[in-house]
Write a protein that binds this ligand. Structure first.
Ligand SMILES: [Zn+2]
Length: 88
């Protein structure tokens, strides 16, 4: 029963995988050692306008189907110009 349920990493495993992704290191499943981690969205070069966008990154192991996700924090957010009152 429950064979099709989504398997989640244990917290230390998820943290290790997320840390590797954040460090742009090759992703290896911390549970089964498979190197085939499906990342969604795929890694890409950020364009200037995307630097500050928080994204939900999903990491799924093709070997054992375990799954982890995290939300990226943007890089240093710029001052929101619309919040700056114009000086008179
Ligand atoms: Zn795995």
């Amino acid at each position: 029963m429950g064979r099709r349920g989504i398997k989640e990493y244990r917290a230390p495993e998820a943290l290790a995988l997320i840390a590797a992704d954040r460090a742009h290191e090759p992703l290896v499943c911390p549970s089964c050692g498979t190197r085939t981690i499906q990342r969604s969205p795929r890694r890409r070069v950020l364009r200037a306008g995307e630097l500050f966008t928080a994204e939900r990154i999903s990491l799924t192991c093709a070997g054992c189907s375990r799954h982890a996700f995290y939300i990226t924090r943007g890089m240093e957010p710029p001052r929101d110009a619309t919040m700056d009152p114009r000086s008179l």
